[in-house]
Design a protein around this ligand. Structure first.
Ligand SMILES: [Zn+2]
Length: 440
């Protein structure tokens, strides 16, 4: 017997920048059917599908609410959950003052489990169902995160930080131990249930060339794992990279020389890239995770989305908690809009929501599994309530089009908009009591 959900369905099948409104699918009164394995089995209009339902099936009725694929967060640090909103610093000071002391606690597996539970709960409350996640340098941090994500059936990508210089001893490994520990984690966790591994050097300044070479070796030995790191976030950082790697043509070249570029390589930020870096990002099919809230909070700079589009570089969006100041994708998208406004560009609400769903899935090469509503995809989805607060109900009743409604939700929304989050068709978060099921 399938699980059946009724509501207003919204999803994307391509990028609105290429296909305009053809990319957007809105079924005002729709049904989403989920099979016993948690996969979508049918999507369509209630009027078309109701006669195909087995007799006696229950329908979970979300009429008046929007059902969308779950959000994809392409860059976030679970160990920084407890230090979100740390005052007064930019990137390099922020790492030394706030981040490294907090991350040193994750040598304790049980401590990691506690924070991972809080982190996953917070993601689900905000409608995020998949994320590309930094651990800390301690392999226990990744063991803890994957244990929690596995118990909750989540599709998650994570990895142990590789960091062998320019940080306190409590958060350092070596080129050799980082290789051995990452390799053991890949063998234990990559492809188990819904979990995938990312080789995770923190960023060029905290790795020796020898360690970056070892990261490249891991990718060569395990071609279907990911590479996850930071790139070109802050001007002081870029100057430091150039001093540390005088033989490299630019920041990206540090990673390129170590064999770290490719289709599954995700670089957070990419704010200050030169033309050569953009060309190499595009030619290698590497990905940028744009983290607008973090870029504003840490004063890092204004990301030029149009330039990435012109080069044909895949882009996803990330919260970058704790550099980012919110777990909410609505906050991320609202900040993305403002960053583009400062450069004279309007970020269309369809494009924004595409980037947070199918665009994120494409950025993570997971669009064959998540990110849209299509038979065979995994049924991770969210229920958005446009009337979640008295004021939202007031504001949205003045919307004259779907596009306007979505822009208002993107701009004003927060965790209260997420009425429910489903993982593989099972309720994983509900703001209120679960809705009543009605027999049909
Ligand atoms: Zn980050």
């Amino acid at each position: 017997m399938p699980s059946v959900f009724r509501g207003s369905l919204l999803f994307f099948t391509s990028d609105p920048k290429d296909d305009g409104e053809q990319a957007v699918h809105h079924i005002e009164d729709g049904l989403l059917l989920v099979d016993d394995n948690g996969l979508i089995s049918a999507v369509g209009a209630y009027a078309d599908l109701m006669d195909t339902l087995p007799a006696g099936v229950n329908i979970t009725d979300y009429s008046g609410k929007l059902l969308m694929p779950g959000f994809v967060d392409c860059h976030v640090h679970y160990p920084q959950t407890e230090m979100i909103a740390a005052y007064g610093t930019q990137l390099l000071d922020w790492l030394q003052t706030h981040t490294f002391p907090v991350e040193s606690q994750f040598s304790d597996f049980d401590y990691g489990v506690g924070i991972a539970e809080r982190f996953c709960t917070e993601l689900l409350r905000n409608g995020t169902t998949t994320a590309l996640v930094f651990g800390t340098v301690h392999p226990q941090s990744v063991e803890a995160f994957f244990s929690v994500a596995q118990r909750r059936n989540l599709r998650m990508i994570a990895g142990k930080v590789m960091m062998d210089r320019h940080a306190p001893a409590t958060v350092l490994d070596t080129a050799e131990t980082s290789y051995q520990e990452s390799k053991a984690l890949i063998e234990k966790w990559h492809g188990v249930d819904r979990l995938l591994y990312a080789v995770t050097p923190r960023f060029a300044p905290t790795s020796t060339p020898q360690q970056l070479q070892r990261a490249g070796q891991l990718l060569a030995e395990h071609p279907d794992v990911y590479l996850h790191t930071h790139l070109s976030e802050n001007l002081d950082e870029i100057a430091w990279v150039s001093a540390l790697f005088p033989d490299c043509r630019d920041y990206l070249d540090v990673y390129e020389q170590a064999g770290l570029l490719g289709k599954r390589s995700v670089f957070a930020h990419g704010i200050h890239l030169c033309d050569r870096e953009c060309e190499r990002m595009a030619a290698s099919d590497s990905v940028i995770a744009h983290c607008p809230s973090s870029n504003l909070f840490l004063g890092s700079g204004l990301f030029n989305l149009k330039r990435m589009d012109d080069y044909g570089i895949r882009v996803g969006v990330g919260s970058d908690v704790g550099g980012g100041s919110s777990f909410s994708t609505f906050d991320t998208l609202a900040d993305a809009y403002k960053i583009q406004q400062l450069q004279g560009v309007n970020l269309d609400p369809y494009r924004a929501l595409y980037l947070a769903t199918l665009g994120g899935a494409r950025a993570l090469s997971l669009d064959g599994r998540i990110g849209s509503f299509k038979p065979g995809l995994e049924a991770d989805f969210i229920v958005i309530d446009p009337n979640a607060t008295d004021f939202l109900a007031f504001r949205t009743q003045h919307c004259n089009s779907l596009k306007e409604l979505l822009f208002v939700l993107n701009t004003l929304g927060d965790d209260r908009l997420i009425a429910a989050t489903y993982i593989l068709g099972e309720l994983a978060h509900s703001r209120a009591q679960p809705p009543l099921s009605t027999g049909e």
